[in-house]
Design a protein around this ligand. Structure first.
Ligand SMILES: NC(=O)c1ccc[n+]([C@@H]2O[C@H](COP(=O)([O-])OP(=O)(O)OC[C@H]3O[C@@H](n4cnc5c(N)ncnc54)[C@H](O)[C@@H]3O)[C@@H](O)[C@H]2O)c1
Ligand SMILES: [Zn+2]
Length: 405
């Protein structure tokens, strides 16, 4: 038996934030990141709408990008004091993911971070609060997914918490919030969404309910992302929906090893001054992983369907896979995203010599490969790599060399 779970309600379109006025409850806590939601006035609006609904409102502000276990624990303490019956998480994937984990700890204070990371092992939530997610970036789709990604900085590893219990009750997909994204964020989050849709479509857990969502998202992202990056606001709005459709697909079909590799490399070189930003990591690794997975006949056929759906041409599945890879690499060029870790600058832009030194990468490679294989996203990848294959694949992602194994 398989399960397909989405939020109970999804409010979308310009001004959808106003849906907060209709919420019923006594106390709401709003969780946000650094400052963008306050700066652009969305936090004030959300607070006013909730007060109009008769609720007392508290704020948890300053949730950092790639949130830490410590941030989650601190936020949960604040929730235990304030006792909200609504948790409203607003912003990019980071504050929403942190709020999801805080929610678990708020409902079950005795649960440890290790307990939370047991895949599909959470106890029943919603005994204390319901959860509404309002996305301000067009990529993670965490407003509709069963996932939360929390970073353990002591280990330099991102851990996915995965359980339908943390699928939000309400998602608000209001394109007004996406308009203020800087270009780089549009590029990274957009390629994250493309990766979600493609990985979901070829995942071993794909089904009739996820396939149409994934394919439609892929075609929308093909049509809308680069124009949105160049400043077309209609396309920006379309991308906000497209990433959400991709999220609905992957929350139920799961992902693959592009994400396993992105999770395990993201913070692995933080001591050299930067993160490999999630969306950029996906954008660089996706073409390599497609070449690797296409050695599996079923996956190859599915990539062929994607290429057909995108109208890329090609008469055999091999040709279609090659055209898909070329198309995605061209998107990276258009979005100013590097092709490999070796040329990934500390500012995330392509450069001659990236911030991860070759000898450091090679020294850490066996451990990173082992961690990537052990990531929760590996199980649904169409081809399970051995330690040796994962090391070779990661090397291709460092040097931008061809995957021929
Ligand atoms: N839960 C999931 O299903 C899922 C899926 C993919 C990725 N993730 C995780 O999500 C995180 C990344 O999230 P993200 O890419 O949305 O970015 P983010 O939340 O980390 O935000 C990045 C930066 O953009 C700013 N920002 C956000 N929205 C803005 C706006 N509208 N205008 C101007 N600035 C804005 C933030 O203040 C922050 O400085 C990573 O930790 C990643 O691992 C989660
Ligand atoms: Zn992602």
């Amino acid at each position: 038996m398989a399960r397909f779970t989405l939020p109970r309600d999804l409010y979308h379109g310009k001004g959808a934030l106003e849906a907060l006025k209709t919420f019923e409850g006594k106390r709401a806590v709003i969780c946000v990141g650094g400052s963008s939601m306050r700066k652009f006035g969305f936090l004030d609006k959300a607070e006013a709408y909730l007060k109009e609904a008769g609720m007392e409102v508290a704020l948890i502000e300053g949730i950092e990008p790639d949130p830490s276990v410590e941030t989650v624990m601190k936020g949960a303490e604040k929730m235990l004091e304030f006792r909200p019956d609504w948790i409203i998480a607003m912003g990019g994937g980071s504050p929403i993911d942190a709020a999801k984990a805080m929610w678990i700890k708020y409902e079950y204070p005795e649960v440890t971070f290790e307990d939370m990371c047991k895949v599909f092992g959470l106890p029943k939530l919603r005994k204390k609060a319901h959860f509404c997610a309002i996305s301000s970036t067009s990529g993670t789709a965490t407003e509709v997914t069963a996932f939360s990604i929390i970073t353990d900085y002591a280990k330099g590893i991102k851990y996915p918490i995965a359980d339908f219990e943390i699928t939000p009750d309400v998602a608000i997909v209001d394109p007004d919030l996406a308009e203020t994204m800087p270009k780089k964020l549009v590029a990274h989050t957009g390629m994250d969404a493309m990766t979600h849709a493609i990985e979901a479509y070829v995942s071993t857990a794909n089904c009739d309910f996820t396939d149409p969502l994934a394919l439609h998202a892929i075609r929308m992202i093909e049509e809308d992302l680069v124009a949105s990056y160049r400043g077309d606001m209609e396309k920006r709005h379309a991308m906000h929906n497209a990433q959400c459709l991709a999220g609905m697909a992957f929350s139920n079909a799961l992902l693959g090893i592009v994400h396993s590799m992105a999770h395990k490399t993201g913070a692995a070189f933080a001591d050299y001054g930067a993160h490999i930003i999630h969306g950029a990591a996906n954008a660089m690794y996706l073409p390599k992983v497609i070449a690797f997975n296409a050695k599996d006949e079923t996956a190859k056929k599915r990539y062929g369907v994607i290429a057909d759906f995108m109208g890329l041409g090609g008469s055999s599945d091999d040709e279609k896979v090659a055209l898909l890879i070329a198309y995605l690499r061209k998107m990276n060029d258009d979005l100013n995203i590097p092709h490999c870790i070796g040329c990934y600058g500390a500012d995330s832009y392509p450069t001659e010599k990236g911030f991860v030194p070759e000898e450091v990468f090679l020294a850490r490679l066996p451990e990173i490969a082992k961690n990537a294989i052990g990531d929760a996203c590996t199980g649904s990848n169409p081809r399970i790599p051995t330690q040796e294959e994962m090391e070779k694949l990661l090397k291709c992602c460092y040097y931008d060399t061809e995957v021929d194994f």
